[in-house]
Design a protein around this ligand. Structure first.
Ligand SMILES: [Ca+2]
Length: 396
């Protein structure tokens, strides 16, 4: 079996190109057409846990190795961790949509066990707590290894991340290079590059975190990343709505999440109140009490991306496929992102729909992607029972 030809796509502009292609146009138009004809290329063997995807660079391997040494932080034994989480009860829902992209079908009923999910996207403040406690260095902050980037001049091999940089003049919307750039020294704490910081953004969602960084955070927090099915169920709310806020696209003529209004990419008119990321929790929560499940930042899920996964995914607690394939970039394994971002233009992109599937290489940080975590049981009833038993025991 040959290695993929282009394993180190993450640090290249065309990764950004694909991301925008997806972000703006909904992306996977090609997906189901190409998925069959390219079948021969997709059957790379499963590599377990997602930590040994093809083409892992030295700096990513360092993050993976460091994650093994992270231990969950100490928590008081009083279930205080439930305070900023919401319980999503076990149940069934119809996953997917027929009015979306080809990778959102077929509609299929999925049963998901109960789980806890963070009310908010992980903020810079919370990510800093994690970094301070563990010394975690994100993929974006790592020095690229010359051996992983043959032919790239040494002076260009600097740490960095992909930053949204609108050109300031009109550009054709098929020229995705026009508004993404690889910014040296951009990272979660310097989101626009070396001279930027997050001092006025501590309550904004953390960005420029690769999937591996998100995994490390969740492990430290005693949590995990959501599956795609868990995320969609939580976003839709108990009545399985097509939008996280309900049944209409724009109730009361207002946007109910932080997306992009105006002429993309240069003039975000911020009708929703924000250009760029917004502090978390500025829009009404959904029926479960979850904030920013639409817009603000895309959120990493645990699952590998496969455009035709719904054709034969398990109907109980689907965990995602064991391999990944993106017809737009064969050979580059990608993880699923959900929820849309502040760059979802209301004309071109409907990434804020709960069923919309986006995908990014897990070693890639970018200025519109963050995450939130989930946790498996105990349920609120079990917790209440435990607390009641403790009360009785202490009274005796
Ligand atoms: Ca906005």
């Amino acid at each position: 079996m040959s290695r993929p030809k282009n394993p180190h796509a993450a640090k290249q502009f065309f990764i950004a190109l694909t991301i925008v292609l997806v972000g703006v146009y909904g992306g996977s138009m090609l997906a189901l057409k190409k998925v069959d004809q390219d079948a021969a290329q997709r059957h790379l063997p499963a590599r377990g846990l997602g930590h040994n995807m093809p083409g892992v660079t030295k700096e990513v391997q360092e993050v993976v190795d460091a994650q093994k040494n992270i231990t969950p932080k100490d928590e008081p034994d009083n279930f205080a961790w439930t305070n900023d989480m919401v319980w999503i009860p076990a149940g069934k829902f119809v996953m997917g949509a027929t009015n979306g992209q080809p990778d959102e079908v077929p509609l299929h009923e999925v049963e998901v066990d109960g789980f806890w999910i963070d009310k908010y996207e992980i903020t810079n403040r919370k990510f800093k707590e994690f970094v301070d406690a563990t010394g975690h260095v994100t993929v974006a902050e790592k020095q690229p290894n010359p051996a992983d980037f043959p032919g790239v001049p040494a002076e260009n091999l600097k740490p960095g991340s992909i930053v949204f940089a609108p050109p300031g003049f009109e550009v054709p919307l098929n020229n995705h290079m026009a508004w993404w750039g690889y910014e040296h020294y951009a990272s979660w704490k310097s989101p626009k590059g070396r001279d930027s910081n997050i001092s006025d953004k501590m309550d904004h969602p953390v960005v420029h975190v690769a999937w591996f960084d998100a995994m490390a955070y969740c492990k430290w927090a005693g949590k995990r990343l959501p599956t795609e099915a868990e995320w969609e169920r939580a976003s839709r709310g108990p009545n399985n709505h097509p939008y996280t806020w309900g049944t209409e696209r724009k109730p009361d003529g207002k946007w109910h999440g932080n997306i992009f209004q105006g002429k993309f990419p240069n003039s975000d008119t911020a009708v929703d109140g924000f250009t760029g990321t917004a502090p978390v929790g500025k829009f009404k929560p959904n029926a479960h009490g979850l904030y920013d499940m639409a817009g603000n930042v895309w959120e990493w899920c645990n699952d590998w991306y496969m455009p035709d996964y719904y054709r034969n995914s398990p109907n109980k607690n689907p965990q995602g496929p064991e391999e990944s394939y993106d017809p737009n970039e064969p050979g580059v394994w990608k993880k699923v992102n959900r929820g849309g971002s502040y760059l979802c233009n209301d004309v071109y992109c409907s990434g804020y729909r709960p069923s919309m599937r986006m995908k990014t290489s897990p070693d890639t940080g970018i200025s519109h992607t963050g995450f939130r975590c989930v946790k498996t049981g105990p349920s609120p009833e079990e917790i209440a029972k435990t607390l009641a038993e403790r009360k009785v025991a202490s009274a005796e």
